[in-house]
Design a binder for this molecule. Structure first.
Ligand code: ADP
Ligand code: MG
Length: 305
């Protein structure tokens, strides 16, 4: 490998500031940087003016290479890469959708909900696709329709705690409502709650953690899907869930839950040991959920194939 100084000499032919040259040569030591230069087919005398920005792109592409879903995104703008395209004798940097974002945009049509670990049929759920022939679901469907109409006038409506049998359509029905409202400029987030907690634990060290929690706290419409299926710890119960619920209660933000557990069972689920302190903490969470929601039950045939 040549010494940096020798390589700099090679660039003496460019009549450019020495610092720029040096930075560029150092950046070229990174094979990913070199690869980017080759991919976009930019001339070196142009690229040399953009070392810092190009390094930003390289670092975002490195994030992408390790990324498995949009909610894991570590880039500055979630779902996008700051990417250069040669334009005359310049580089034009734009935010370009990553593969996950492109897929999501295509699947969603106008749905603007942010999903975390939700299956495709839920991401695409629409109110017009709801099968209305199941008598057991008519009550819930009417409730959702009323919410949809009322939300246009009042954005501080109570959500739903929808519990009941596995596969009865709880997640699908609420997602259809939130997706529909997301098309009308309301922000919506649907998260598979047990997976959210796992991922938060992992992302605790990086700075996306606070952004993610903030989005969940502040979004107009939130669905915490499958609450009660998570492994409870005092950290995720009191610090994460407790904080989210308190914020949403204080700001009267519409919040939905689906669960296989009744509210009573959920309260027991939150008790970590028999101490009275634990019972109070579990009660405190359930009281917040009760404040935020109306309670409905959905027992119907299992629609999962
Ligand atoms: P739950 O959350 O109650 O366990 P889901 O909402 O996941 O159940 O629904 C189970 C399956 O049935 C999913 O594959 C979902 O997409 C499908 N499903 C539920 N309701 C409908 C509906 N009205 N129209 C079409 N598919 C539905
Ligand atoms: Mg579900």
């Amino acid at each position: 490998m040549k010494k940096i100084e020798e390589e700099i000499k090679q660039y003496q032919k460019y009549d450019l500031d020495g610092a720029l040259k040096k930075a560029y040569v150092v950046a070229l030591k990174n094979p990913e940087f070199k690869k980017l230069i080759n991919t976009i087919k930019v001339k070196e005398d142009i690229a040399i003016n953009y070392t810092t920005k190009l390094e930003e792109t390289v670092s975002e592409l490195e994030n992408c290479s390790k990324c498995k879903s949009l909610m894991m995104c570590k880039n500055k703008v979630i779902g996008f890469v700051y990417y250069p395209l040669p334009l005359n004798d310049k580089l034009d940097f734009n935010y370009v959708a990553c593969k996950y974002k492109k897929k999501e945009l295509k699947e969603h049509e106008n749905i603007r909900t942010n999903f975390f670990e939700m299956p495709l049929e839920i991401r695409k759920a629409k109110m017009s696709d709801i099968d209305v022939n199941d008598a057991k679901r008519v009550g819930i469907i009417k409730w959702l329709k009323k919410f949809y109409d009322d939300f246009k006038k009042d954005k501080h409506l109570k959500g739903l705690y929808l519990h009941g049998s596995f596969g009865s359509g709880k997640t699908y029905l609420i997602s259809a409502l939130l997706n529909e409202l997301s098309k009308e400029n309301n922000t919506a987030v649907i998260v598979y709650y047990p997976e959210l907690l796992r991922s938060l634990k992992e992302s605790f060290e990086n700075n996306n953690f606070a952004d993610r929690i903030n989005e969940i706290k502040k979004v107009d419409l939130l669905l915490l899907d499958d609450i009660g299926a998570e492994t409870v710890s005092s950290w995720n119960r009191d610090e994460i869930l407790g904080t989210i619920l308190q914020y949403r209660m204080d700001n009267k933000l519409s919040t939905f839950f689906t669960s296989n557990l009744t509210m009573k069972e959920l309260e027991e689920h939150f008790i970590l040991n028999k101490s009275s302190e634990e019972q109070i903490k579990a009660r405190r969470i359930v009281e917040r959920i009760k404040q935020l929601t109306e309670n409905e039950k959905l027992i119907s045939e299992n629609r999962r194939k």
